[in-house]
Design a binder for this molecule. Sequence first.
Ligand SMILES: [Zn+2]
Ligand SMILES: [Zn+2]
Length: 152
Amino acid sequence: MEEDDGLWREQLLPDRLRQDLAQHKRWQEAFRQAHPTKVCTKCGETLPRTSEHYYRDAARGDGLRTICKHCESRAKPGITLPGMRRCGRCHQWKPATWAYFRHRARVEGGWDSYCVECRRSYNHDDYRKRKAIQNHSPLARLIGESAARHPV
Ligand SMILES: [Zn+2]
Ligand SMILES: [Zn+2]
């Protein structure tokens, strides 16, 4: 697919607006450098915050869309296999059955976007990450210390 980065439209803008736009783009660039990764709102993958992984969207704070390129291409018709479902993490096609994908009531179609295996390891990683954050946050330390001083 040809990517429309809107550059041809910029050429039509008056000078002042073009300068504003250039300023805007510098902010976006600074933002991308300050926040080098971005979580796709669809598959939940953490990817580099670059136009390689996200299509450009000038209206966004970081100049990129919220859904990764992989998910955008998956959303297009014709790339689905009947009776199969593609895992958003390992990107493998697996049978769309409860044996391979968990039921998730709030997710579109009722299927988990990750296969059972990926969900298991993802939740595990997530749990370890949360644990690590808990153990290092000043609040968690305070709570821990106060619990040690005042045993219940
Ligand atoms: Zn995605
Ligand atoms: Zn998977």
